[in-house]
Design a protein around this ligand. Structure first.
Ligand code: BES
Ligand code: MN
Ligand code: ZN
Length: 498
């Protein structure tokens, strides 16, 4: 995709299509006012006849408009003037792209960026716009046998400017968004691939390919023999029921000298059947998404590499399957983690924390400035926060705040949940140092509590993305969250934001 900026009036801009907005009750947006004047009232005429309502997300394509240079004018509804904000801007942009994506339009100039979106700078407006376009154009057709899906014609996206001086910030926003979209596409693809293809070895090969494609990325893959040597018996207990080999993927990006890295750890369970504590049948296919944490951190480090940010980042991904079999771990088994702490496994379906704890212990060797794990960890998190917000738990207020703020700026929001001592007694075990489950109450928090036993002395945050990583139902598919949130955090730490 190519990006450009334009300061010419909508009516004067040649090309395939200009996108302009109108509000409800006959209020025209900036560019719509211009088009209306140039066309001697065509837009108002349509409004009067009731063909244009301004309802949020409604679209109408006008072609060969007299007095307008562009071949097409797409009029998008922006809703009520009083409630126009970033959500409405994204919805309107999404609707515009949806209306155009099956057609032949190769270049568009988006004039919605001229509207007032309170508190949003030109840089972010450009980013939201390009990110929304990328999100909206995503398709997953790799597994379809008929490839008749027509290719997407859209090649160039123009962003209208209020003043010339904004051009460099807007282009920077577009460039960042373009890299984020590439990362999100990777994360979505990995999530959407079926579990018979996206296996632990497939994830490892993907990480190695990414290192070949990005000279500033390094990948190392640790196999089960070395895991044993390292004492990762907690991780190994989860993979005991499957014939597929587990992997520990380590990716490194060095953009700065002598600076402690941010270490991102992602849960990579490529299929979670629950193990001997088998899950119920309905919807079990969705447990192929149990590697979305892994996908998101692998994607994030590729965005950082693509943008060559002056910062150090390391990714650690423990990946395996969780299946029942005669060799699988039993409820009641006790294992020793790499940290030396022993764990009584009371429920083999609480496997995420069992692989993460060894990965977190391993990650400590990099002396991270911040350690962040990302995991589809608990159904309880979905009950607590639904599908809108990622749960954020941390042993450090500053880190937690910066993650929450990054989520707001990137429009990929989180919500902080407590990580407090009161919950710890729920993990008590009569036989080992502690158990791997803490009962139904506060399940997302006790899971974080479990992980906190492996991150003492390190600035650490845990993101539970069980509710946000994928959609169910008719729109079933990976969302690539929290790639925008994580990249925002790293852009900010690298000082790359305007
Ligand atoms: N991968 C699941 C969590 C999950 C479930 C995410 C449903 C999204 C939707 C995780 O491994 C799991 O099974 N967690 C258990 C923990 C419990 C046994 C303490 C859960 O949430 O039921
Ligand atoms: Mn599970
Ligand atoms: Zn799981």
């Amino acid at each position: 995709m190519k990006y450009f900026t334009t300061t010419s009036a909508a009516s004067r801009r040649a090309g395939s299509c200009v996108i302009v907005g109108i509000y409800e009750r006959g209020r025209l947006g900036e560019a719509a006012t211009d088009i209306d004047k140039a066309s001697k009232g065509l837009i108002r005429h349509h409004i009067k006849r009731g063909d244009l309502t301004g309802q949020l997300g409604s679209t109408r394509l006008l072609t060969s408009v007299d007095g307008v240079k562009a071949q097409r004018v797409l009029v998008v509804g922006l809703g009520k003037v009083s409630s126009f904000g970033i959500n409405q801007f994204r919805k309107a942009t999404d609707a515009a792209i949806s209306a155009l994506k099956s057609g032949k339009v190769a270049d568009i100039a988006n004039y919605l960026t001229l509207e007032d979106v309170e508190g949003v700078s030109p840089y972010y407006l450009a980013r939201y716009c390009v990110q929304t376009v990328g999100d909206s154009l995503y398709r997953f057709t790799e597994m379809k046998s008929d490839h008749r899906d027509p290719p997407i014609a859209l090649k160039r996206i123009g962003l209208a400017l209020r003043k010339k001086g904004d051009a460099s910030k807007v282009m920077r926003g577009a460039k960042h968004a373009d890299a984020i979209i590439a990362g999100m596409t990777l994360a979505k693809d990995l999530g959407n691939l079926p579990p018979n293809i996206c296996t632990p070895s497939y994830l490892a090969r993907t990480a190695q390919r990414l290192a070949r494609e990005n000279k500033n990325l390094q990948t190392r893959v640790i196999g089960e023999t070395e895991m044993k040597r390292l004492g990762m018996h907690s991780l190994l207990s989860v993979t005991a029921g499957t014939v597929l080999p587990a992997k520990l993927i380590v990716m490194r990006y060095k953009g700065a000298t002598k600076q402690a890295p941010v270490v991102l750890v992602g849960k990579g369970v490529t299929f979670d059947a629950g193990g001997i504590s088998l899950k119920p049948g309905p919807g079990m296919d969705e447990m192929k998404f149990d590697m979305c944490g892994a996908a998101s951190v692998i994607a994030t480090i590729t965005v950082v590499a693509k943008l060559k940010l002056p910062i150090n980042v390391i990714v650690v991904v423990p990946t395996c399957e969780n299946l029942p079999s005669g060799t699988a771990t039993r409820p009641g088994d006790i294992v020793k983690s790499m940290s030396g702490q022993t764990i009584e496994i009371l429920n083999t379906d609480a496997e995420g924390r069992l692989i993460l704890c060894d990965a977190l212990t391993y990650a400590k060797r990099f002396k991270p400035a911040a350690l962040i794990d990302v995991a589809t960890l608990t159904g309880a998190c979905v009950i607590a926060l639904g599908h809108h917000r990622t749960a954020v738990m941390s042993n450090n207020d500053k880190l937690a705040d910066s993650i929450i703020d990054a989520g707001i700026a990137a429009d990929d929001r989180g919500w902080r949940m407590p990580l407090a001592q009161e919950y710890e007694h729920q993990l008590k075990s009569n036989f080992a140092d502690f158990a791997n489950v803490g009962g139904r109450e506060g399940g997302a928090i006790t899971a974080a509590c479990f992980l906190s036993k492996f991150t003492k002395g390190t600035e650490w945050a845990h993101l539970d993305i069980a509710g946000t990583a994928w959609r169910s139902g008719r729109k079933k598919g990976s969302t690539a969250r929290p790639v925008p949130m994580l990249t925002e955090l790293l852009l900010q730490r690298a000082g790359a934001l305007p």
